[in-house]
Write a protein that binds this ligand. Structure first.
Ligand code: ADP
Ligand code: TRP
Length: 320
């Protein structure tokens, strides 16, 4: 089985990214041939500042390696080191109906938020399809908000295969329903565009202050509470052990615990959970050559696979 996922370098990674995409993708390292990449061509649809983009690419690379990406087992690369995906995107765009892209929520949401409606923003799902189909991925671990893009990828692959012959494997999205949407501190989906994030490797004091601001209902300490409707608990359960989660659940239902206490427990647990990764990140940050070498080697491995697919696609359409 082959798995592929990517993430845009367009800001600091947060808990939604970690539990929605990174951890599920990293867990696959043991069971699948895993490809993970930094979607820097995609980031150019919103980031138009070279220094900022370079910095974000470096941060994503460090974050993934710190969080347990093993570059021996996983092919880890920068999308722009494999420009063949752009050529494949062009071939795919010739079978992509306009209507399919016009229906994409992500495009409509971004335009509604004021991002200029460029051609690249509109064609974003076609490039994403090229990323996935180029490595012939079976599964694509992503958060729920990316499901539609994987469905678009399937449609494009099926259409291409019908018109030109069986070149592409049809991929499946892999969505962990237990963490499909991680809430932000305001209760909406955690997202960098909503300013409601808890960053993976943010300043711990700042993270603690933000946790204390998480929106809750106004039940008093004594009142019983419903853990399933509480944003603080939704985050706590991600970083607590099974036993801690059960105890906290029971205390919610019994009453006698206030939200301030749960928030402090969440901050403590969160800090402990990411502490080993934070240390590893600091170590890696002091060795930039090692990170460059990992990405160089990853691009070489990815390129070997992607060139084969591109060759087959070119032959299928008559560009031998
Ligand atoms: P953002 O919403 O902050 O811009 P991205 O759209 O770049 O995040 O998402 C990168 C990856 O992280 C995607 O696979 C996405 O599904 C996942 N993801 C982002 N936010 C969340 C969340 N709140 N809950 C679950 N998964 C998420
Ligand atoms: N669109 C994805 C996101 O915003 C990033 C991405 C680009 C991706 N290409 C991909 C994810 C291929 C999975 C597979 O999060």
């Amino acid at each position: 089985m082959r798995a592929l996922s990517g993430i845009q370098p367009s800001g600091r990674l947060h808990l939604g990214n970690y539990f929605g995409m990174m951890r599920p993708a990293l867990e696959l390292q043991d069971r699948a041939e895993t490809f993970l990449f930094i979607a820097d061509y995609h980031a150019l649809t919103t980031v138009h500042n070279a220094a900022e983009l370079r910095e974000a690419i470096r941060n994503v690379a460090l974050d993934f390696l710190a969080c347990g990406l093993d570059p021996e087992r996983t092919v880890f690369y920068r999308q722009s080191d494999v420009p063949e995906v752009c050529e494949l995107a062009w071939l795919l765009s010739t079978v992509t109906p306009m209507g399919l892209l016009e229906r994409c929520h992500s495009y409509k949401d971004k335009v509604a938020r004021g991002i200029p409606a460029s051609h690249a923003l509109f064609a974003y799902p076609v490039l994403m399809a090229a990323d996935i189909l180029a490595v012939q991925a079976d599964v694509v671990p992503v958060g729920r908000d990316q499901k539609q893009h994987v469905e678009v990828t399937r449609d494009i692959a099926e259409k291409f295969n019908r018109e030109f012959g069986p070149v592409f494997k049809i991929p499946e999205p892999l969505i962990r329903e237990d963490v499909a949407v991680v809430p932000g501190i305001d209760g909406q989906k955690m997202s960098k565009s909503y300013g409601n994030t808890l960053d993976l490797f943010g300043d711990p004091a700042e993270t603690r202050r933000r946790i204390m601001r998480i929106v809750t209902d106004s039940r008093t300490v004594e009142e019983p509470k419903d853990p399933d409707r509480c944003n603080v608990f939704a985050l706590y359960r991600l970083v607590a052990t099974e036993e801690e989660r059960r105890q906290m659940e029971a205390r919610y239902r019994a009453g006698g615990i206030g939200y301030a206490e749960v928030k402090r427990a969440l901050a403590d647990r969160l800090e402990a959970y990411f502490e080993p990764m934070r240390r590893r990140r600091e170590e890696l940050a002091s060795n930039p050559q090692r990170v460059d070498e990992v990405l160089r080697r990853g691009a070489e491995r990815a390129r070997a696979v992607i060139r084969q697919t591109l060759g087959a696609a070119r032959r299928a359409v008559g560009l031998d």
